[in-house]
Design a protein around this ligand. Structure first.
Ligand code: TYM
Length: 343
């Protein structure tokens, strides 16, 4: 079976971008592939974090995965920091990662620009190397993510090839290994719709956990009234009718796409249904579709959070499965890099 891995950071609230760009797509993949879904808590400390909140958010994110339909009898669900191999492989990969590659990462440039050199931790720069470890440890074939992770996936592929070239093949065989490729080179899976959900207050920037205004996003756990309020106040335009794909109308395209995803209809159906509407008729429709879609998830979430023992068990078992696979890869990398074998 081909393997699929992916993860979300447990910072703040999980929003529609995380859901439609990533989590929702995991659910159909788990029926076909061998899947591992992790909560990347180690990534969450690359910017200043709240120590009272980290473990709570980690558990709540796990509950959201399951509430959205990730099924622990099919997928391994675990916490990144519970499998030590992630950090260990990261160090090994760091040694062959050119700093120039990391300096070119758009997310690093954006996040570090906001903070300034003396405020930014080294981990913000090396963050994609940890992400590459998350993926390469499991010999993953596919990584379902939103558009914003595409560049990190390209770096992951480049690192895999670099390691394979430097240490794999005949050289590895001489060291007593299997020879051949050390890492599988993974491919991103980016959904045709939902890969880039935009902010509700600005159709040109993406919906994000770190945007200061909560009005800019809809969180998976937002109560009904809040959803209604956010849609009521969201940015629109003053052109007649509604349409997809007009670059002059980014808000319109975004809201129609969200409606398409929440309602489960096709793009053509949405065009038929909405093209002659105005905002006053469309907004209540969108609000209802979102509430209908999110409410069952919220009910399951509450159930899961009230049975903490169950979640702990899922995460423990998930980490055990993951560690078996991860340790085997890590062993190979140590061997191929020429380290003295541990007895
Ligand atoms: P994170 O936590 O920022 O986002 C989690 C997932 O949500 C997607 N996403 C979006 N999709 C569509 N529209 C948006 N506005 C939007 N915002 C976020 C992201 O693309 C991502 O798929 N570095 C990663 C987490 C990570 C990871 C991994 C992912 C760490 N290791 C290994 C896959 C494999 C991150 O910070 O995602």
């Amino acid at each position: 079976k081909k393997r699929v891995v992916s993860g979300v950071q447990p910072t703040g609230s999980i929003h529609l971008g995380n859901y439609f760009g990533a989590i929702k797509n995991w659910v159909s993949l788990q029926n076909v592939y061998d899947t591992l879904f992790f909560i990347v808590d180690l990534h969450a400390i690359t910017l200043p974090h709240d120590t009272q909140q980290l473990s709570k958010d980690t558990k709540s994110t796990a509950a959201i995965y399951l509430a959205c339909g990730v099924d622990p009898s099919k997928a391994s669900v675990f916490v990144q920091s519970h499998v030590r191999a992630h950090v260990e492989l990261m160090w090994l990969l760091s040694s062959i990662t050119p700093i120039g590659w990391l300096n070119r990462m758009i997310q690093f440039k954006e996040k570090s620009r906001k903070a300034g050199d003396d405020e930014v931790g080294v981990a913000l720069l090396t963050y994609p190397v940890l992400m590459a470890s998350d993926i390469l440890l499991y010999q993953s074939d596919f990584v379902p993510v939103g558009e914003d992770q595409k560049q990190h996936l390209e770096l992951t592929r480049d690192l895999a090839e670099r390691v394979n070239n430097l240490y794999g093949g005949r050289k590895w065989k001489k060291l007593g290994g299997r020879g051949g490729a050390i890492f599988k080179v993974p491919e991103p899976l980016i959904p045709p719709t939902g890969a880039r959900i935009m902010s509700l207050t600005d159709g040109l920037s993406k919906m994000s956990k770190s945007a200061p205004s909560d009005q800019s996003r809809i969180n998976i756990l937002d109560p009904k009234d809040l959803i209604a309020n956010k849609i009521k106040r969201c940015k629109t335009d003053s052109l007649p009718c509604l349409e997809f794909d007009n670059p002059e109308r980014p808000e319109c395209n975004n809201l129609l796409s969200i409606y398409q995803l929440a309602s489960g209809k096709t793009k053509e159906e949405i065009v038929q249904e909405c093209q002659n509407m105005n905002w006053g008729t469309f907004k209540p429709l969108l609000t209802d579709a979102l509430i209908d879609h999110l409410q069952p998830i919220q009910v399951r979430y509450e159930e899961l959070m009230s049975d903490s023992g169950y979640l702990d068990k899922v995460l423990e078992e998930g980490a055990r499965n993951a560690a078996d696979i991860a340790d085997a890869t890590l062993h190979n990398v140590y061997q191929a890099m020429g380290f003295l074998r541990r007895h």
